[in-house]
Design a protein around this ligand. Structure first.
Ligand code: SF4
Length: 417
């Protein structure tokens, strides 16, 4: 899709809703997306009365040049046609994997690829978001670019894909693709061997956690880092894995680090530390409102401060979050630009972003995406079955749920009797 007609329609006064639906409706997600479209959809929200400067900056050739420059610097998360259509180790092509999962994200801060789901689908996070003094109160992923149409739709599509029967193989296909050292023409390339789960979003269930663990097992050359606040799902997953015959210390795959994020700003939960502190592969993170770059507050002396803000918001050579020997990482709290604190003492916030609006719209757009998806046929016979270990854990997670329901029912009957 060309940007120019979209811009012209915008300047002629077509409503931004109409423009967006046109822009989004004309996508074919399994085909590499036109990067200009991504940016144009983000910018049709420039308010009416656009100045010439704003036009050049946000809508005209200026933005196109900027996008071209950015693409030169960072590879696209979607490969070219030849590589994208090649059938990989797990019986599907990159394009097929992309169509199943909604694709990967490519956060500029990180040294590799990532995946994100909507922050408004976080279970614990959505409760904490309403709690003054919690880490999720001013969640960065509920503001800024995360609430613009294109990222919101992509994240919703990813969320909707989590139960797809081939989701594990599809994620592994894409992650292994980016970790390759030689491309299809035999040229040496830099592998991306650090993967970040959920720069927005969180684990949805113990099954989801096990599926993530299986992706890690299928991508042994890559280091995975998953931050989470879903300690209940984590605990159920650990218990089910032990029931399936694993030692507690061997449950987390060796190339995965689960970093539990303490729920309150400048406060550690002693209960969480006690429960998970001795499990190999599990570490912690804190958020502080102190400027941790200058000095660490006394209660966080054992933590390692994230120094990305000193490097223009990039990890640079730091890989502490992926390192299980780093017990605690502390991040400086930051508030998204489009959230304005208007009454610090009363704890009320004026939210200029359209979180609730975008949630509803993104779900609708995502459905539209799904129906317009042209997923290339997958020969499921060629897709390898997942490991016995994975199936055993899933079986035990299901059993845990069934027995919990039975126990509740029995208790209910007993009390009635
Ligand atoms: S601690 Fe290091 S790896 Fe983690 S986010 Fe900060 S810069 Fe990146």
């Amino acid at each position: 899709m060309k940007v120019r007609p979209l811009i012209e329609a915008y300047l002629k006064g077509s409503s931004s809703d109409k423009l967006l639906e046109y822009a989004i409706g004309s996508h074919r997600p399994h085909v590499p997306r036109d990067p200009y479209t991504l940016h144009s959809t983000a910018h049709v929200y420039v308010p009416a009365g656009v100045s010439n400067e704003a036009y050049d900056e946000h809508l005209g050739e200026g933005i196109i040049q900027k996008v071209k420059d950015a693409i030169k610097k960072k590879p696209s998360p979607v490969p070219g046609k030849k590589e994208g259509e090649a059938i990989g180790k797990f019986g599907m092509s990159y394009f097929q994997a992309h169509a199943i999962t909604g694709g990967l994200s490519n956060p500029s801060k990180m040294p590799g690829y990532a995946t994100s789901t909507p922050a408004w689908k976080c279970q614990t996070g959505s409760i904490l978001h309403k709690v003054e003094g919690s880490v999720c109160r001013d969640c960065y992923a509920r503001g800024g670019m995360y609430t613009q149409p294109t990222p919101a739709v992509a994240m919703t599509a990813r969320h909707n894909s989590l139960d797809h029967p081939h989701w594990v193989q599809a994620m592994a296909t894409m992650i292994n693709h980016h970790a390759r050292t030689i491309n299809y023409s035999g040229r040496k390339i830099t592998p991306h061997v650090h993967f970040r789960w959920h720069d927005s979003g969180d684990i949805q269930s113990p099954q989801h956690m096990e599926r993530i663990a299986e992706v890690a097992r299928l991508t042994p050359d890559v280091k995975h880092w998953i931050p989470t606040k879903e300690t209940k799902h984590l605990s159920n997953w650990l218990d089910a894995s032990v029931r399936a015959g694993k030692k507690r210390d061997q449950v987390v795959p060796s190339n995965l680090i689960v970093r539990i994020s303490h729920p309150k700003v400048d406060q550690r939960s002693a209960g969480i530390e006690k429960k998970f502190g001795k499990v190999r592969g599990i570490a912690f993170s804190d958020v502080s409102e102190h400027n941790v770059l200058d000095s660490l507050p006394s209660h966080l002396q054992d933590a390692e401060a994230c120094r990305a803000p000193e490097r223009g918001g990039h990890c640079g050579t730091c890989r502490s979050c992926w390192d299980e020997n780093t017990g605690h990482v502390v991040y400086h709290q930051h508030i998204p630009k489009n959230i304005t604190r208007v009454g610090k003492t009363t704890g009320t916030y004026l939210r200029k972003s359209w979180n609730q609006y975008i949630e509803k719209r993104a779900a609708g757009w995502s459905e539209k995406f799904k129906s317009s998806r042209d997923v290339p046929a997958i020969n499921s016979k060629k897709i390898p079955v997942l490991s016995d270990e994975h199936n055993a854990v899933l079986h035990h997670i299901a059993n845990v749920n069934v027995s919990a329901v039975k126990a509740t029912q029995q208790r209910g009957f007993a009390s009635k009797a």
